[in-house]
Ligand binder design. Sequence first.
Ligand SMILES: C[S@@+](CC[C@H](N)C(=O)[O-])C[C@H]1O[C@@H](n2cnc3c(N)ncnc32)[C@H](O)[C@@H]1O
Length: 291
Amino acid sequence: MGDFDADWLRLRAPADSRARAADLPVLLRPHLPKSQMLRVLDLGCGTGSNLRTLAPILGGPQAWLCLDADDDLLARVTDETRAWAQASGLDWDATDQRVTRAEPHLRCSIATRRFDLVRDLSALPLEGIGLVTASALLDLVSETWLAGLVSRCAKVRVPILMALTYDGRVAFEPALSLDREVIEAVNRHQGRDKGFGPALGPGANARLAILAAAEGYWVEVRRSDWRIRRSERELQTALIRGWSRAAREESPASDAAGIAHWETVRLAAVERGCSRINVGHRDLLAIPPRT
Ligand SMILES: C[S@@+](CC[C@H](N)C(=O)[O-])C[C@H]1O[C@@H](n2cnc3c(N)ncnc32)[C@H](O)[C@@H]1O
């Protein structure tokens, strides 16, 4: 089991799906292969939520290869996608691991592969791929890794769609005087190595925009902020606890009591149903130059 368990991915999925920039897949569509199978590579796929969001919007014949280093998460892609298809009125073909819809046409087959993006970046199976995508991955990666990914994508002129990259902005309601200090500490913590080298954290999306533009890509960026509702108590609680822990790890011991108090007051507001949190994210679409 890695750092991202399936319960956490399930908890965040509704906020993710409300937040994503709806127009970027629409802008992407004309740049995808026409009337052929669209082959999609999903990096750090988790349990497959990026696939479930994007595939129905893109439509037509698609073949997704979902890559992750975590076997437990990969093992859930099929079951979660089948449950989602059934709940959404789509057909699920268990033999071919395929989601279909008659109108508008969708025929999407799904394969998963255990793949370590750090160790095996140079072996990324980009041959014949029409879209490289990821969600909630980029803030984990390093400058070196990201530059390597962009240069590989540029060589084969493949479009890139990266969703839900944390950008460092967090706003609480009601506000507390310690909010800013805690989030600044959290953002420093985001720069710790998550397996890819020193993480870009909140700066990842801006770096991707620069690296892709330098390769001649046309880049579009949108805000895709989580707007977490008062009723989403479990998600708020998990975030506040995680932020409090990260802030204490980044701060002098003398700040620990203050941060613990911040956590207690925040959790009490969640419990009373009067807490709302906005968490800044960005979605980025990069379209390669024409040949
Ligand atoms: C925040 S989760 C996002 C999962 C999914 N894309 C989503 O939006 O729900 C980050 C994912 O990156 C994967 N990951 C982290 N390091 C990885 C690596 N070195 N190689 C492959 N996957 C990795 C984790 O296992 C996890 O599934």
